[in-house]
Ligand binder design. Structure first.
Ligand SMILES: Nc1ncnc2c1ncn2[C@@H]1O[C@H](COP(=O)(O)OP(=O)(O)OP(=O)(O)O)[C@@H](O)[C@H]1O
Length: 437
């Protein structure tokens, strides 16, 4: 395929194709349907200060659990969502400054491939119409016949047949539909493709073919690929570098092999521990994280991962070992975040035929909220757990909160970690990095 609408000649070839700095996308909570009903205010910090760059011909994968902000990041980079803060530079130009012809040019040069190909293809249009319409909008092809010819070439290039030109999306399998989605993105000769979970709706056997296709096309057209996925096994196959996202922030970015061999951030370690590994050298026990991802409307203070981090740092004077401190710290977080209803606890104890006095309620709080034997904690920590449980039993929640805050502090909840350079193109933000741990 010829590159009719190629890179403008005036464009500098220095620097990355895409440079993202301090990018933020906050949604008003009232944007959400449910929140509209309940009328809550506040902001959802979906993307909250993200930095990365992407070169021509490079694939950067963004990984993280559902809801961590990956799709919003992709949409904001493409200017489909307007950033709340920070900058996105494409070929040196800040995209929020673009308008008219320049914005149209950006819309051509930066394309998206979606997770659900069928939902993203107009069911009333033929594949030919789907491919030629964007060409027409962006002035690609000299005539209708030329565009038709280009569309047929594209179909062949993505592994379909020119004869598929007059078919409708529904007449294809999922994998074929995704090929059409990729062909549509390529139709306008882009420099950057944001692929948002492009294979997660497909069967595993088809996934491999689509990933191979993306790789081949990337090489052929020197495309920059921002590949969004929750699946690290998929990421391993396609990425040059990987950015790990947690609650709107990137916590670690590294070349793919480095990330898999020497992850620096405890969150990355936990994600990797869930990936099946054949290689015995790198096989690790599964790290199961505490609780669920906190709400991006109210992210934890300091390091956002501290509420779930298996390596949360004890205070300097703590004599607890790591697992005892993690258990005490989780107890603290539960006391702080859960609305404990003493009457409900009494009803529960009663139904189990147990005593329901304050001491029994306090015992129950310890049993259910502390994931360790209290005797395994150092004396002062065990005392604090008991004191907090007693305070809950006497319905003095303020005292319970004060006790756990004072007894189980951590630098991780107080201070935001800096981005630390760990190696070549390898950056991570964790208080443990640089502490010799
Ligand atoms: N238009 C919107 N209005 C309000 N909140 C939104 C909007 N879009 C996304 N969010 C919220 O922003 C956060 C990040 O969502 P996003 O879809 O970017 O995450 P994700 O990592 O791509 O997750 P998934 O893999 O499940 O799609 C979520 O809490 C989501 O509910």
């Amino acid at each position: 395929m010829s590159r009719a609408a190629s890179t403008p000649e005036t464009e500098s070839s220095d620097g990355p194709l895409l440079a993202v700095e301090g990018l933020q996308k906050h949604f008003d909570r009232a944007d959400g349907f449910l929140d509209k009903l309940v009328g809550e205010g506040g902001k959802i910090r979906a993307v909250d200060g993200v930095d990365f760059s992407l070169d021509r011909g490079e694939t950067l994968a963004v990984v993280g659990e559902s809801g961590c902000g990956k799709s919003t990041l992709g949409r904001t980079v493409l200017n489909l969502d307007t950033p709340t803060g920070g900058t996105v530079r494409f070929a040196g130009d800040e995209i929020s400054d673009l308008s008219g012809k320049d914005l149209k040019q950006y819309r051509r040069r930066a394309q998206m491939v979606f997770q659900d190909p069928l939902a993203s293809l107009n069911p009333r249009k033929t594949v030919g119409e789907i491919l030629t319409a964007p060409m027409e909008v962006h002035g690609i092809g000299d005539s209708k016949a030329d565009r038709r010819e280009r569309a047929k070439e594209l179909l062949e290039r993505v592994g379909l047949k020119p004869g598929h030109y007059d078919r409708y999306p529904r007449q294809f399998s999922g994998g074929q539909q995704q090929r059409v989605g990729i062909a549509r993105a390529l139709a306008v000769e882009p420099d950057l493709i944001v692929a948002d979970e492009p294979v997660s709706a497909l069967d595993v056997s088809v996934q491999a073919q689509i990933l191979q296709l993306l790789e081949d096309l990337q090489e052929e057209y020197d495309l920059a690929l921002l590949f969004i996925s929750h699946d690290l096994s998929v990421v391993r196959q396609v990425a040059d570098r990987v950015a790990v996202m947690y609650l709107g922030e990137l916590v670690e970015t590294a070349p793919v092999d480095t990330l898999f061999a020497e992850p620096s951030h405890p969150y990355t370690e936990s994600l990797l521990s869930a990936v099946p590994r054949i290689d015995p050298e790198h096989r690790t026990d599964r790290i199961v994280l505490e609780g669920t991802v906190p709400s991006p409307a109210d992210p934890p203070s300091g390091c956002r991962f501290h509420t779930r981090c298996p390596k949360v740092i004890p205070p300097e004077d703590s004599s607890a070992d790591q697992s005892a401190f993690r258990a005490a710290f989780s107890f603290r977080n539960r006391i702080l975040s859960e609305d404990l209803d003493v009457e409900a606890i009494r009803t529960r104890l009663d139904s189990e035929g147990r005593a329901t006095d304050e001491a029994a309620v306090a015992d129950y709080v310890v049993e259910t909220m502390l994931e360790a034997d209290p005797d395994s904690l150092p004396g002062e920590a065990a005392d604090a757990v008991r004191e907090a449980a007693d305070a809950i039993a006497s319905e003095n929640h303020d005292l319970a909160e004060r006790v756990v805050r004072e007894a189980f502090p951590s630098p991780c909840e107080r201070e935001v970690p800096d981005d630390t350079r760990v190696g070549e193109q390898h950056v991570a933000s964790c208080h443990r990095i640089g502490d010799g741990d």
